[in-house]
Design a binder for this molecule. Structure first.
Ligand code: NDP
Length: 301
Protein backbone atom coordinates (compact mmCIF):
# COMPACT_ATOMS: atom_id res chain seq x y z
CA UNK A 1 0.00 0.00 0.00
CA UNK A 2 1.12 3.60 -0.68
CA UNK A 3 2.43 5.75 2.18
CA UNK A 4 -0.61 7.03 4.12
CA UNK A 5 -1.49 10.70 3.70
CA UNK A 6 -1.38 12.72 6.89
CA UNK A 7 -4.28 15.15 6.53
CA UNK A 8 -2.99 18.55 7.65
CA UNK A 9 -5.84 20.43 9.36
CA UNK A 10 -3.65 23.43 10.14
CA UNK A 11 -2.79 24.00 6.48
CA UNK A 12 -6.39 23.45 5.38
CA UNK A 13 -7.67 25.84 8.07
CA UNK A 14 -5.18 28.45 6.99
CA UNK A 15 -6.41 28.31 3.39
CA UNK A 16 -10.06 28.57 4.57
CA UNK A 17 -9.08 31.59 6.71
CA UNK A 18 -7.27 33.19 3.78
CA UNK A 19 -10.49 32.99 1.76
CA UNK A 20 -12.41 34.42 4.74
CA UNK A 21 -9.96 37.36 4.88
CA UNK A 22 -10.58 38.06 1.19
CA UNK A 23 -14.37 37.85 1.71
CA UNK A 24 -14.12 40.23 4.69
CA UNK A 25 -12.20 42.72 2.54
CA UNK A 26 -14.81 42.56 -0.18
CA UNK A 27 -17.63 43.06 2.40
CA UNK A 28 -15.74 46.07 3.82
CA UNK A 29 -15.71 47.60 0.35
CA UNK A 30 -19.52 47.35 0.37
CA UNK A 31 -19.67 49.06 3.78
CA UNK A 32 -20.37 45.85 5.71
CA UNK A 33 -18.17 45.14 8.75
CA UNK A 34 -18.78 41.51 9.78
CA UNK A 35 -19.18 41.16 13.56
CA UNK A 36 -19.40 38.13 15.80
CA UNK A 37 -20.83 38.27 19.35
CA UNK A 38 -19.56 35.54 21.67
CA UNK A 39 -21.46 34.83 24.88
CA UNK A 40 -19.77 33.02 27.74
CA UNK A 41 -21.75 32.22 30.88
CA UNK A 42 -19.68 31.28 33.93
CA UNK A 43 -16.00 30.57 34.26
CA UNK A 44 -15.38 27.07 32.89
CA UNK A 45 -11.60 27.12 32.17
CA UNK A 46 -11.81 25.13 28.89
CA UNK A 47 -14.62 27.40 27.63
CA UNK A 48 -12.54 30.47 28.47
CA UNK A 49 -9.70 29.13 26.31
CA UNK A 50 -12.09 28.32 23.43
CA UNK A 51 -13.65 31.81 23.60
CA UNK A 52 -10.26 33.50 23.67
CA UNK A 53 -9.13 31.52 20.62
CA UNK A 54 -12.30 32.35 18.69
CA UNK A 55 -11.93 36.05 19.44
CA UNK A 56 -8.25 36.07 18.47
CA UNK A 57 -8.96 34.28 15.20
CA UNK A 58 -11.83 36.68 14.41
CA UNK A 59 -9.53 39.66 14.89
CA UNK A 60 -6.86 38.07 12.68
CA UNK A 61 -9.27 37.84 9.74
CA UNK A 62 -10.80 41.29 10.25
CA UNK A 63 -14.07 40.21 11.89
CA UNK A 64 -15.12 42.50 14.74
CA UNK A 65 -15.71 40.52 17.92
CA UNK A 66 -17.91 41.42 20.87
CA UNK A 67 -17.37 39.47 24.02
CA UNK A 68 -20.21 39.10 26.52
CA UNK A 69 -19.12 37.44 29.76
CA UNK A 70 -21.98 36.72 32.12
CA UNK A 71 -21.65 35.51 35.71
CA UNK A 72 -22.45 31.84 36.43
CA UNK A 73 -25.62 32.77 38.35
CA UNK A 74 -27.15 34.36 35.22
CA UNK A 75 -30.65 32.91 34.71
CA UNK A 76 -32.28 31.82 31.46
CA UNK A 77 -34.37 35.00 31.17
CA UNK A 78 -31.33 37.27 31.52
CA UNK A 79 -29.52 35.26 28.85
CA UNK A 80 -32.56 35.43 26.57
CA UNK A 81 -32.66 39.22 26.99
CA UNK A 82 -29.04 39.53 25.86
CA UNK A 83 -29.67 37.24 22.87
CA UNK A 84 -32.76 39.29 21.92
CA UNK A 85 -30.72 42.50 21.99
CA UNK A 86 -28.01 40.95 19.79
CA UNK A 87 -30.66 39.63 17.39
CA UNK A 88 -32.07 43.15 17.08
CA UNK A 89 -28.66 44.79 16.51
CA UNK A 90 -28.05 45.08 12.75
CA UNK A 91 -24.34 45.64 13.31
CA UNK A 92 -24.00 42.08 14.76
CA UNK A 93 -24.02 39.30 12.16
CA UNK A 94 -23.20 36.18 14.20
CA UNK A 95 -24.16 35.13 17.74
CA UNK A 96 -22.29 32.27 19.36
CA UNK A 97 -23.31 30.85 22.72
CA UNK A 98 -20.34 28.96 24.18
CA UNK A 99 -21.38 25.52 25.48
CA UNK A 100 -21.68 23.94 27.97
CA UNK A 101 -23.93 26.32 29.90
CA UNK A 102 -24.37 26.12 33.67
CA UNK A 103 -26.88 23.33 34.45
CA UNK A 104 -29.66 25.69 35.65
CA UNK A 105 -29.91 27.39 32.21
CA UNK A 106 -32.33 26.00 29.62
CA UNK A 107 -29.81 25.31 26.84
CA UNK A 108 -32.35 24.38 24.17
CA UNK A 109 -34.40 27.55 24.78
CA UNK A 110 -31.27 29.69 24.63
CA UNK A 111 -30.06 28.11 21.37
CA UNK A 112 -33.54 28.44 19.84
CA UNK A 113 -33.61 32.12 20.82
CA UNK A 114 -30.69 32.95 18.51
CA UNK A 115 -31.97 34.27 15.19
CA UNK A 116 -31.42 31.49 12.59
CA UNK A 117 -29.73 34.10 10.34
CA UNK A 118 -27.13 34.79 13.07
CA UNK A 119 -26.82 31.17 14.24
CA UNK A 120 -23.17 30.69 13.19
CA UNK A 121 -22.93 27.40 15.13
CA UNK A 122 -25.83 25.96 13.10
CA UNK A 123 -27.65 24.60 16.16
CA UNK A 124 -31.05 26.31 15.69
CA UNK A 125 -33.76 23.83 14.65
CA UNK A 126 -34.43 25.85 11.48
CA UNK A 127 -30.82 25.32 10.37
CA UNK A 128 -30.81 21.70 11.58
CA UNK A 129 -33.99 21.04 9.58
CA UNK A 130 -32.65 22.89 6.54
CA UNK A 131 -29.48 20.83 6.60
CA UNK A 132 -31.42 17.58 6.63
CA UNK A 133 -33.50 18.88 3.70
CA UNK A 134 -30.29 19.57 1.79
CA UNK A 135 -30.78 23.38 1.81
CA UNK A 136 -27.86 25.82 1.93
CA UNK A 137 -27.95 26.81 5.62
CA UNK A 138 -25.44 27.73 8.33
CA UNK A 139 -24.18 24.21 9.12
CA UNK A 140 -22.32 23.19 12.31
CA UNK A 141 -18.65 24.08 12.11
CA UNK A 142 -16.91 20.84 13.11
CA UNK A 143 -18.69 18.57 10.60
CA UNK A 144 -18.33 21.24 7.88
CA UNK A 145 -14.58 21.23 8.56
CA UNK A 146 -14.49 17.41 8.38
CA UNK A 147 -16.27 17.46 5.02
CA UNK A 148 -13.74 19.97 3.67
CA UNK A 149 -10.84 17.72 4.76
CA UNK A 150 -12.53 14.67 3.23
CA UNK A 151 -13.05 16.40 -0.11
CA UNK A 152 -9.38 17.37 -0.11
CA UNK A 153 -8.24 13.83 0.73
CA UNK A 154 -10.68 11.82 -1.41
CA UNK A 155 -11.82 14.16 -4.18
CA UNK A 156 -15.19 12.83 -5.29
CA UNK A 157 -17.15 11.38 -2.36
CA UNK A 158 -20.05 10.06 -4.44
CA UNK A 159 -21.01 6.46 -3.69
CA UNK A 160 -18.44 6.02 -0.93
CA UNK A 161 -19.54 4.18 2.20
CA UNK A 162 -19.04 6.50 5.18
CA UNK A 163 -19.38 5.30 8.76
CA UNK A 164 -19.94 8.00 11.40
CA UNK A 165 -19.28 6.79 14.93
CA UNK A 166 -21.32 8.98 17.29
CA UNK A 167 -24.75 10.59 16.92
CA UNK A 168 -24.51 13.84 18.88
CA UNK A 169 -26.41 16.91 17.69
CA UNK A 170 -23.20 18.90 17.26
CA UNK A 171 -21.05 16.37 15.40
CA UNK A 172 -22.47 12.94 14.49
CA UNK A 173 -25.93 13.81 13.16
CA UNK A 174 -24.96 16.91 11.11
CA UNK A 175 -21.92 14.99 9.81
CA UNK A 176 -24.22 12.24 8.53
CA UNK A 177 -26.48 14.85 6.88
CA UNK A 178 -23.52 16.52 5.12
CA UNK A 179 -22.18 13.17 3.90
CA UNK A 180 -25.62 12.28 2.52
CA UNK A 181 -25.66 15.62 0.69
CA UNK A 182 -22.28 14.65 -0.78
CA UNK A 183 -23.91 11.43 -2.09
CA UNK A 184 -22.16 9.05 0.32
CA UNK A 185 -23.87 5.94 1.63
CA UNK A 186 -23.98 6.65 5.34
CA UNK A 187 -24.04 4.39 8.39
CA UNK A 188 -24.28 6.00 11.85
CA UNK A 189 -23.03 3.96 14.83
CA UNK A 190 -23.74 4.69 18.50
CA UNK A 191 -23.48 3.08 21.90
CA UNK A 192 -26.38 0.70 21.17
CA UNK A 193 -25.13 -0.46 17.75
CA UNK A 194 -24.60 -4.20 17.42
CA UNK A 195 -21.10 -5.28 16.32
CA UNK A 196 -19.94 -1.74 15.47
CA UNK A 197 -16.44 -2.98 14.68
CA UNK A 198 -17.66 -5.25 11.84
CA UNK A 199 -19.87 -2.44 10.45
CA UNK A 200 -17.01 0.04 10.61
CA UNK A 201 -14.67 -2.36 8.81
CA UNK A 202 -16.89 -2.03 5.70
CA UNK A 203 -16.31 1.72 5.47
CA UNK A 204 -14.34 3.63 2.83
CA UNK A 205 -14.54 6.68 5.14
CA UNK A 206 -14.59 6.61 8.95
CA UNK A 207 -15.51 9.67 11.05
CA UNK A 208 -14.83 9.02 14.73
CA UNK A 209 -16.77 11.32 17.10
CA UNK A 210 -17.15 9.23 20.22
CA UNK A 211 -15.18 10.94 22.98
CA UNK A 212 -13.34 7.72 23.98
CA UNK A 213 -9.54 7.85 23.77
CA UNK A 214 -8.05 5.61 21.07
CA UNK A 215 -11.15 3.37 20.85
CA UNK A 216 -10.85 2.83 17.08
CA UNK A 217 -7.80 0.74 16.21
CA UNK A 218 -6.70 -1.24 13.15
CA UNK A 219 -9.31 -3.95 13.81
CA UNK A 220 -12.07 -1.40 13.00
CA UNK A 221 -10.58 -0.35 9.66
CA UNK A 222 -10.75 -1.67 6.11
CA UNK A 223 -7.32 -1.43 4.46
CA UNK A 224 -7.15 1.85 2.55
CA UNK A 225 -9.89 3.62 4.55
CA UNK A 226 -9.80 7.41 5.01
CA UNK A 227 -10.10 8.32 8.69
CA UNK A 228 -11.20 11.62 10.23
CA UNK A 229 -10.67 11.72 13.98
CA UNK A 230 -12.88 14.32 15.66
CA UNK A 231 -12.13 13.18 19.20
CA UNK A 232 -10.23 15.40 21.63
CA UNK A 233 -9.44 13.51 24.82
CA UNK A 234 -7.01 14.55 27.51
CA UNK A 235 -5.17 11.56 28.96
CA UNK A 236 -2.45 11.03 31.48
CA UNK A 237 0.44 9.38 29.64
CA UNK A 238 3.14 8.27 32.11
CA UNK A 239 2.46 11.30 34.30
CA UNK A 240 2.32 13.61 31.26
CA UNK A 241 -1.02 15.13 30.28
CA UNK A 242 -1.64 15.07 26.54
CA UNK A 243 -4.37 15.12 23.90
CA UNK A 244 -5.33 12.04 21.90
CA UNK A 245 -8.14 11.30 19.48
CA UNK A 246 -10.81 8.61 19.38
CA UNK A 247 -8.57 6.71 16.94
CA UNK A 248 -5.48 4.80 18.01
CA UNK A 249 -3.26 6.65 15.53
CA UNK A 250 -0.21 4.32 15.68
CA UNK A 251 -2.32 1.19 15.23
CA UNK A 252 -4.44 2.72 12.44
CA UNK A 253 -1.67 4.38 10.39
CA UNK A 254 -0.33 1.31 8.53
CA UNK A 255 -3.89 0.38 7.42
CA UNK A 256 -5.24 3.67 6.12
CA UNK A 257 -4.97 5.70 2.93
CA UNK A 258 -5.26 8.96 4.87
CA UNK A 259 -5.81 10.07 8.45
CA UNK A 260 -6.07 13.25 10.55
CA UNK A 261 -3.73 13.64 13.52
CA UNK A 262 -4.83 14.87 16.97
CA UNK A 263 -3.97 17.65 17.59
CA UNK A 264 -3.60 19.40 14.23
CA UNK A 265 -6.43 17.69 12.34
CA UNK A 266 -10.08 18.61 12.80
CA UNK A 267 -9.51 21.07 15.69
CA UNK A 268 -8.24 24.05 13.62
CA UNK A 269 -11.04 23.51 11.08
CA UNK A 270 -13.78 24.17 13.63
CA UNK A 271 -12.69 27.76 14.26
CA UNK A 272 -11.98 28.34 10.57
CA UNK A 273 -15.57 27.32 9.71
CA UNK A 274 -16.92 29.52 12.50
CA UNK A 275 -15.26 32.47 10.76
CA UNK A 276 -16.56 31.30 7.38
CA UNK A 277 -20.12 31.03 8.78
CA UNK A 278 -19.85 34.55 10.24
CA UNK A 279 -18.90 35.98 6.85
CA UNK A 280 -21.69 33.99 5.18
CA UNK A 281 -24.17 35.33 7.76
CA UNK A 282 -22.99 38.92 7.18
CA UNK A 283 -23.31 38.47 3.41
CA UNK A 284 -26.79 36.89 3.70
CA UNK A 285 -28.05 39.62 6.04
CA UNK A 286 -26.81 42.40 3.77
CA UNK A 287 -28.53 40.74 0.78
CA UNK A 288 -31.76 40.35 2.76
CA UNK A 289 -31.66 44.04 3.82
CA UNK A 290 -31.02 45.11 0.24
CA UNK A 291 -34.02 43.09 -1.02
CA UNK A 292 -36.15 44.54 1.77
CA UNK A 293 -35.22 48.15 0.97
CA UNK A 294 -35.82 47.49 -2.74
CA UNK A 295 -39.26 46.10 -1.87
CA UNK A 296 -40.10 49.07 0.39
CA UNK A 297 -38.74 51.70 -2.05
CA UNK A 298 -39.12 50.15 -5.50
CA UNK A 299 -37.15 52.12 -8.07
CA UNK A 300 -39.41 54.05 -10.40
CA UNK A 301 -38.72 53.07 -13.97
P1 NDP B 1 -21.04 13.17 22.75
O1 NDP B 1 -20.62 12.61 24.05
O2 NDP B 1 -22.15 14.17 22.70
O3 NDP B 1 -21.45 11.96 21.78
C1 NDP B 1 -20.69 10.79 21.72
C2 NDP B 1 -21.37 9.79 20.82
O4 NDP B 1 -20.58 8.60 20.80
C3 NDP B 1 -22.77 9.39 21.28
O5 NDP B 1 -23.65 9.42 20.18
C4 NDP B 1 -22.58 7.98 21.81
O6 NDP B 1 -23.70 7.12 21.59
C5 NDP B 1 -21.42 7.47 20.97
N1 NDP B 1 -20.70 6.40 21.65
C6 NDP B 1 -20.24 6.38 22.90
N2 NDP B 1 -19.64 5.20 23.16
C7 NDP B 1 -19.71 4.46 22.02
C8 NDP B 1 -19.28 3.17 21.65
N3 NDP B 1 -18.63 2.39 22.51
N4 NDP B 1 -19.53 2.75 20.40
C9 NDP B 1 -20.18 3.55 19.50
N5 NDP B 1 -20.62 4.78 19.81
C10 NDP B 1 -20.39 5.24 21.05
O7 NDP B 1 -19.73 13.75 22.08
P2 NDP B 1 -19.52 14.86 20.92
O8 NDP B 1 -20.15 14.42 19.66
O9 NDP B 1 -19.84 16.20 21.45
O10 NDP B 1 -17.93 14.81 20.77
C11 NDP B 1 -17.27 13.64 20.35
C12 NDP B 1 -15.77 13.86 20.44
O11 NDP B 1 -15.41 14.91 19.57
C13 NDP B 1 -15.27 14.32 21.82
O12 NDP B 1 -13.97 13.78 22.04
C14 NDP B 1 -15.18 15.82 21.71
O13 NDP B 1 -14.22 16.39 22.58
C15 NDP B 1 -14.74 15.95 20.27
N6 NDP B 1 -15.09 17.22 19.66
C16 NDP B 1 -14.13 17.84 18.93
C17 NDP B 1 -14.38 19.02 18.28
C18 NDP B 1 -13.30 19.64 17.47
O14 NDP B 1 -13.35 20.84 17.20
N7 NDP B 1 -12.32 18.87 17.01
C19 NDP B 1 -15.69 19.70 18.38
C20 NDP B 1 -16.68 18.90 19.07
C21 NDP B 1 -16.37 17.72 19.70
P3 NDP B 1 -25.15 7.36 22.30
O15 NDP B 1 -25.78 8.47 21.53
O16 NDP B 1 -25.83 6.05 22.13
O17 NDP B 1 -24.86 7.73 23.73
Amino acid sequence: MNTPLLIDGKAAASSVLQQVREDVTSLYKQGIHPALAVILVGSDPASQVYVRNKILRAEEVGIRSLEHRLPSDTDTDQLLQLIASLNADDSVHGVLLQLPLPAHIDELRALQAISPDKDVDGFHSENVGGLSQGRAVLAPCTPSGCLYLLKQACGDLRGKHAVVIGRSNIVGKPMAALLLQADCTVTVLHSRSKDPQALCRQADIVIAAVGRPRMIDARWLKPGAVVIDVGINRIDDDGRSRLVGDVDFDSALPHVAAITPVPGGVGPMTIAFLMKNTVTAAHNQSQAQRSLSEAVCPSIS
